[in-house]
Design a protein around this ligand. Structure first.
Ligand code: SAM
Length: 363
C-alpha cells in the first residue's frame, strides 16, 4: 500500500488527503478495511456499540419498528444500513423484528463498498440485499429507514490548518527521505469553509466535503421515512473550539489511539469526529427535517423504557448480561455521552425539534 501511494505521488504530485485516506482504508486489495477481519471488537483495533452484544441492535429494531408503525405500517418497506461490517447489527435487528412480527414486507438492504465484507454479509444474511452503492437500489423508492453506526466518521476528510485568515488545505507529499509528509496546497476551496470560524495561525482541524454526495443517493432510495446516524462528534462551535487546536484526527491500532495518519497506511484505522452542524446542513439541503440530536444515552434510554419495565425483577443470567450491556451503551463514562444520535425525517409530516436545532447552534 505505502509503495503504491508513494509511486502515485511521484507520478502525479501531492495527493489530496481524502484520496490518500480512501486508498489507505478502502482499497479493495490492501486497504485497512480490506484485511480479512479483526478491526472491530474487543480483540480488534477498536470496539463499537455493536461489540457490546445484541441489545444495541434489539433497541434500534424497536425504534425502527415504532417508526414503521407510525408511518401507517406500509406493506412494502426497506431498511438501508450503511457499512454493516460482519452483519452482526443487521442480524440482531432482524431477529428482534421477526420476534415481534414487525418484519412483514421488509427488504433489508446493506450498502457495503468492501467486497470481502459484502461476501460475508450475504453469507450470514442470504435474504438481505447487499450492494456496493445505493445507486444500485434502482428506481423503486420505498418507505424506508436509513442508518449507519460509526460510518460518517470513517468517510474521507480534508486536513486543514489555519494561517490566521484562511484555512489551508493540506495534501500528502514525499519528503527528502521519501517518507509521507503534509504539503500545504493553498486556501481550501470548499463550500463548507465559509461556515467555519476564523482561528489563529497553526490551528489544525478537519472538514468533510463528501457527506452530501454520500447521502444524496440514499435519500433517493426512499419515498419517505427516516435517516439516523450514530457517531462521535460535536456541534460546530465545539468542533472548532479555540481549545481544540490539534483537531480530532485519530488513528487506531490495537485499541491504541495515535495522531499520524501518514504512518503505516493500510495498517491503521483513520478517523475524525463528525461535525454534526455540517451533517444537519447537508441533511436539510437534501430536504430532511431534523427531529433528533442527542447523546446516545438519552436516545437509548427513551427507546428502552418499555424494555426496562419488562426487565424489572428479572435476575437470570441473560437479563444481567443485557443490563450490563445497557449500562455500557448509556453510561456517560462509557459510550453514552461519547456517541450522539442525529435523526431526520424525509417527506413525512415533520415533527420540528427546536431543542435539537438549539443544541447545534447556527447552521
Ligand atoms: C468503524 S466501521 C463501523 C462498522 C459497523 N457499522 C459497526 O458499528 O461496527 C466503519 C464502516 O464504514 C464503512 N463505510 C465506509 N465508507 C462507506 C460508504 N461509502 N458506504 C457504506 N459504508 C461505508 C466501512 O466499510 C466500515 O465497515
Amino acid at each position: 500500500m505505502a509503495l503504491r501511494l508513494q509511486e502515485g505521488i511521484r507520478r502525479s504530485g501531492p495527493m489530496p488527503f481524502p484520496e490518500f485516506m480512501a486508498a489507505a482504508l478502502y482499497d479493495p486489495n490492501d486497504g485497512y478495511y480490506a484485511r480479512p477481519s479483526g478491526q472491530v471488537g474487543r480483540e480488534g483495533d477498536f470496539f463499537t456499540s455493536v461489540s457490546t452484544g445484541p441489545l444495541f441492535g434489539r433497541l434500534l429494531a424497536r425504534h425502527i419498528a415504532a417508526w414503521h408503525h407510525s408511518a401507517g405500517s406500509p406493506a412494502r418497506w426497506r431498511i438501508i444500513e450503511c457499512g454493516a461490517n460482519d452483519a452482526s447489527l443487521a442480524a440482531d435487528i432482524l431477529t428482534e423484528l421477526k420476534a415481534s412480527s414487525a418484519d412483514s414486507g421488509l427488504e433489508y438492504c446493506i450498502i457495503e463498498p468492501l467486497p470481502h465484507l459484502a461476501t460475508a454479509q450475504r453469507k450470514r444474511l442470504p435474504d438481505a440485499r447487499v450492494l456496493d452503492a445505493p445507486e444500485l437500489l434502482g428506481n423503486d423508492p420505498l418507505p424506508g429507514f436509513i442508518f449507519g453506526n460509526e460510518v460518517i466518521d470513517a468517510l474521507p476528510f480534508h486536513r486543514i490548518v489555519s494561517d490566521g485568515r484562511n484555512w489551508i488545505d493540506h495534501a500528502v507529499a514525499l519528503d527528502e527521505n521519501d517518507a509521507f509528509a503534509w504539503h500545504p496546497v493553498g486556501p481550501a476551496d470548499l463550500a463548507i469553509i465559509s461556515a467555519l470560524p476564523v482561528r489563529p495561525a497553526g490551528y489544525q482541524s478537519e472538514v468533510r466535503s463528501c457527506v452530501r454526495n454520500f447521502l444524496k443517493p440514499l435519500t433517493a432510495a426512499i419515498s419517505h421515512g427516516r435517516m439516523l446516524w450514530i457517531d462521535y462528534g460535536f456541534p460546530r462551535d465545539d468542533y472548532y473550539h479555540e481549545s481544540r487546536s490539534t483537531g480530532t484526527l485519530r488513528t487506531f491500532s490495537r485499541h491504541r489511539a495515535a495522531e499520524d495518519p501518514l504512518d503505516s497506511p493500510g495498517e491503521i484505522d483513520i478517523t475524525a469526529h463528525v461535525d454534526f452542524s455540517a451533517l444537519a446542513t447537508d441533511i436539510a439541503a437534501l430536504g430532511g427535517h431534523l427531529i433528533r440530536f442527542e447523546p446516545q444515552s438519552r436516545f437509548l434510554t427513551e427507546v428502552a423504557r418499555p424494555w426496562l419495565l419488562e426487565m424489572e425483577g428479572r435476575l437470570d443470567d441473560s437479563a444481567r448480561k443485557d443490563l450490563r450491556a445497557f449500562q455500557t451503551l448509556t453510561h456517560p463514562g462509557h459510550l453514552g455521552s461519547r456517541f450522539h444520535v442525529m435523526e431526520a425525517s424525509f417527506n413525512e409530516d415533520p415533527t420540528p425539534c427546536g431543542e435539537a436545532a438549539a443544541r447545534l447552534g447556527p447552521l
